[in-house]
Structure formats: C-alpha cells, structure tokens
Design a protein around this ligand. Structure first.
Ligand code: BG6
Length: 521
C-alpha cells in the first residue's frame, strides 16, 4: 500500500494527545456516604477530614455527602463532630473551620461505635447506612475507607462481605479505599489481595498512595505527554542517569512502633518512590484512563532487572541515624525514639540502583534514595543528560562543564528547572545557569492536598491515581528479595549517619563507584 493510500499523516492537536480524555477536573460525584474505619485515629484527623472539609469549601462534594466514623471509642455523633471540628481547625490548609460551612458539613457527620471484629457492629452498620441513605438521599452509594492499623484490614473486609456490605442493596455503588502499607512483603501483599478480592471486585478497590495525589506528581504525565520537546530526549540515547530523592528532615515522630517493623524500603520505596519511578519511565499510555495508565506503569516494573538476595548488599545502601542536629536543633538518635528497639537494625535511609531493561532505558541507571533525619525536606526527580559529544570548550577555565539536568521538584518549592552551561559575560568562563518554572509564581494559587484529589477521584469512580493489584504485587516482587538479602546478612554497625547529614558515607561511595555523585539539594 502506498503512502497516499494511507492518506495524510494524522495531525497532532489537543484532541489527539494521550490525555484526550482530560484530567477529569470539575466534576461532582454522586451523593454518597464515606465510612471511615479507624475514625478516632491520626489519619482521619490529620488528613482525611481536613481534605473532605476543603472539598466542601470548594463546593466539590455532592449534596447529602455524609461521613460515618467507625471506631471503638465511646463517642456519639456530637462528640465525633467536636473532635473533627478541632481536627479541621488544627490541620486544614485553609485555616480554622468557617462557622456556617462547618455547621452544614457537620450535619452529615455521624459516628458508629463498634469493634472491627464483632459481627453485631456490622449488622447495625448496615442499618445506619440505610437510615443515612433515606435521610440524606445518598442513593446507597458508599466508600469504605480503611484507615486502621493494617492488621485489621482482612478482618474488616471479611466482615463487610459476610454482612453483604460489599454491594449496595438499592442500586448504588460500593468502593473501598485501602491505606498503605499494603502488605509487608510479596506473600502478605498477595494474601491481602486474595482476601480483598474474595469480597470486592478489582474495580471497587482503591489502594491509595498519596504521592499520586500530589499536583507535581500528576504534572509528570502532563509534562511528558502534553509537550512535544521532552519526549524525544527521554531515553537512553540522551539520558545518562536519573536520581529520585525523597528526603525528610523529620524522624519517626510518634510512629516508632510501626516504623521499626517497616523501615525506609517498605515505608517509602515500595510505594512512593516506585510511583515516581514508573511515572518517569513509562511509555505514553494509549488513553488517560485507569487501565491504560496502570498497564504502562506495570510494564516498567516488570522490565526492572531483579535484584537477588545475594546482590542486595551491593545494589543497595542502608543507613540509620544517630544523634545529631537539624537546623540548629539537637536531635536524638533513631534507637532512642519511643517504641524503637535499642539494638534496632531498621534502616531509616536507603539508596538503591535499578535498571529498566527495555528499549527506552537499557543501560541507564535509576538511583533512588530516601531517608529520615536528613538536613532538609526535599523531593525531586533529576534527569541528568549525557554531556555534549565533543568538548569544544575543553580549555575553558572551569573544572568541568556540568551536564544538563532537568529537575522536577516535587516538594517543597514545587517546580521544574533545567540547568545548562552559559558563558559568563566578559569572561572566558562557563557557569551553570537554570531556567526555572515555579508553581507559586506561575499560578499563584495553593495546590490542594493530595488526599483531596484522591478522595474525590474515588467518589467519581476513577482509579487512575490508585494502585492496581498487579502493580502492588510487581513492586513487592522486586523488593522482597532485597529484604531477604538484608535479613540474612550480618548486622550493620548502626547508627551510621548523624541526624542532619545526607546519609551514610557508604551512599556516597556507592555513587562514586559508578563515577557519579548524588545531587546536593
Ligand atoms: C508516609 C510515610 O507514607 O509518607 C511517612 O509513612 C512519610 O514515613 C510520609 O513521612 C511522607 O509524606 P509527605 O507527603 O510528607 O512527603
């Protein structure tokens, strides 16, 4: 067939790009009730209810939207409303609750006192939901939110199934949001998936990773696939390596009990950094819809060269912070944190190198690092390009001409900057300069909290920004051998970095062995 027979090449316009189905902003969900298991917990007060309140404030919630808190605490509706009022006042990005708005929001807040493992509590839950449906016209639409310790997930799911609450009786929809951690290794993640999918269909399940709700993370897809100039250089021909960093200056705060069993690999790499990696490396999806996007992310995970338990010690670096100081304040060591073992071998810092063995990325290392008690809170994705092929300016008096770096700043100071070499005026010198885009300057509006977007998407039935079953299992399949390799190895001489420094010396040596260095942030 000749080219003419095929007709002219397709034009590329807004209707032809992979995001053609839109970013789905501005829609309002159908009325529904959100049942929060673990309603007396920290997540409910710090994130969930402030996010819901801000959605209400921006008129993004449907009329009749209701919250039903489920917990053991001896509260009633009014006591729960007061707790949530204080929580919004303390934690909302828009400041203290506004009296009129709060009054109408609070009319839809209810409390159900019950234990997760008592069947009777689920029978009465069904009755309360039916009553809310008829009082507030919520049409039998429900979101169950598991904000409990993960040990309770399987029990709650089984009870919901046993009481027929996995399907709405009067024609509405039922969805379930599951907080992280989703399993603690491959086997437990698979077991949890089996338990959940014995009761709910995959389309009903929303495994949350709040990094996907961050504006800067969503913008990765827009940046890559709504602009023509970056994609041609986004591959092994032009990219030398990629560094993904999520650095935190906080320690483990009051979460020592959870953290000491988790560690940085499970707490940050398995979920948040893996998400950043897949969005950076994935191929353009055929559509902006939940399965097309997630298919491409899973393909990246499947293409990563596995790290065996035996390779775990050379392909990764672990650290644990000791006493030090951050921003001039003295900080105790990790082992002195509450609920942390005094001989703990848990890593609070981890760095690793991955290779994605596909046509786009073969041979390009992706370095991931995340740690607590580091000097600054800063997260970014830095794509470092290969140097120019010939050094025309090799005699210019600089140590080395720095390679071009495209840095996508996830937080804080959200933005994107491109660094390149420029001639210093009036001098025979080259110095790196940058072109900067800053959200604050360009848009002048505060970004919504990640949970706002994600809660809304779930109510809209859009799972694009949630983790699918195969995705979570692929990520655990990659990391579980590393955990096994560590567990079998000799204990490390922890602590091995001072709080307020950029991690263990071994992390620098790890990069130096590849002839590279971590970016100074
Ligand atoms: C959570 C981890 O998932 O993410 C915490 O459990 C971590 O340990 C937090 O502090 C970081 O989130 P953010 O949005 O502050 O970067």
């Amino acid at each position: 067939m000749s080219n003419e027979a095929l007709g002219p090449p397709p034009t590329t316009g807004p209707l032809d790009n992979p995001l053609r189905t839109g970013l789905r902003l501005g829609r309002t969900p159908e009325p529904c009730t959100m049942v929060i298991f673990g309603a007396s917990g920290d997540l409910t007060s710090r994130k969930l209810v402030p996010a819901l309140y801000n959605l209400a404030r921006e008129r993004r919630l449907p009329a009749g939207f209701s919250v039903l808190g489920f917990a053991r605490r001896a509260w009633d509706d009014n006591a729960f409303r007061e707790v949530l009022h204080a929580a919004v006042t303390a934690n909302s990005r828009s400041g203290p609750a506004e009296p009129d708005l709060w009054a109408s929001f609070a009319e839809g807040i209810f409390y159900h006192r019950a234990s997760f493992d008592e069947p009777a509590g689920y029978t009465t839950l069904g009755a309360r939901l039916a009553a809310i449906d008829s009082e507030r016209d919520t049409g039998g639409n429900r979101v169950f939110y598991l904000a409990t310790p993960p040990e309770a997930y399987a029990e709650i799911v089984a009870q919901l199934g046993a009481h027929g609450l996995n399907r709405s009786s009067n024609g509405g929809w039922t969805r379930i949001i599951i907080e992280k951690p989703f399993g603690h290794d491959l086997e437990s993640a698979r077991a949890l998936n089996r338990q959940v999918l014995a009761v709910f269909d995959e389309q009903q399940v929303y495994r949350i990773d709040h990094y996907l709700g961050k504006e800067t993370v969503q913008n990765l897809l827009v940046f890559r696939f709504a602009n023509g100039i970056f994609e041609p250089v986004w591959n092994r021909r032009y990219v030398d390596h990629v560094q993904l960093t999520v650095a935190e200056s906080i320690g483990v705060e009051d979460r020592g009990g959870y953290y000491d069993r988790a560690g940085a690999l499970r707490d940050m790499i398995q979920n948040h950094l893996t998400q950043l990696l897949t969005l950076t490396a994935m191929e353009p999806p055929v559509a902006y819809d939940p399965d097309a996007v997630r298919d491409e992310k899973v393909k990246v995970l499947r293409a990563i060269r596995p790290i065996s338990p035996a390779e775990a010690l050379t392909a990764t670096v672990r650290g644990q912070y000791g006493p030090g100081s951050i921003s001039g304040h003295p900080v105790g060591g990790y082992r002195a944190e509450r609920a942390v073992a005094s001989t703990s071998q848990t890593e609070t810092y981890v760095a690793l190198r991955l290779f994605i063995e596909n046509w786009r990325w073969a041979g390009v290392p992706f370095y991931l690092r995340s740690g607590k008690a580091l000097p600054r809170r800063v997260s970014e994705i830095a794509v470092q390009f290969r140097s120019a092929p010939t050094m025309l300016f090799a005699d210019t008096p600089v140590n080395a001409i720095e390679p071009n770096v495209l840095a996508i700043k996830i937080q804080p100071d959200e933005g994107i900057s491109l660094t390149f070499g420029s001639k210093v005026p009036g001098q025979a010198q080259i110095r790196p300069v940058s072109m900067d885009f800053r959200y604050g300057t360009s848009f002048g509006v505060a970004s919504p909290e990640a949970y706002e977007r994600l809660l809304l998407d779930c109510m809209l039935g859009d799972g694009t920004l949630f983790t699918r079953r195969d995705e979570v299992e692929a990520s655990w399949a990659l990391l579980t051998p590393i955990l096994q390799g560590w567990a079998a190895a000799e204990p490390l001489p922890f602590p091995n970095y001072e709080a307020g420094t950029w991690g263990p010396a071994a992390a620098d040596a790890f990069m130096a062995r590849d002839g590279r260095a971590w970016r100074r942030l």
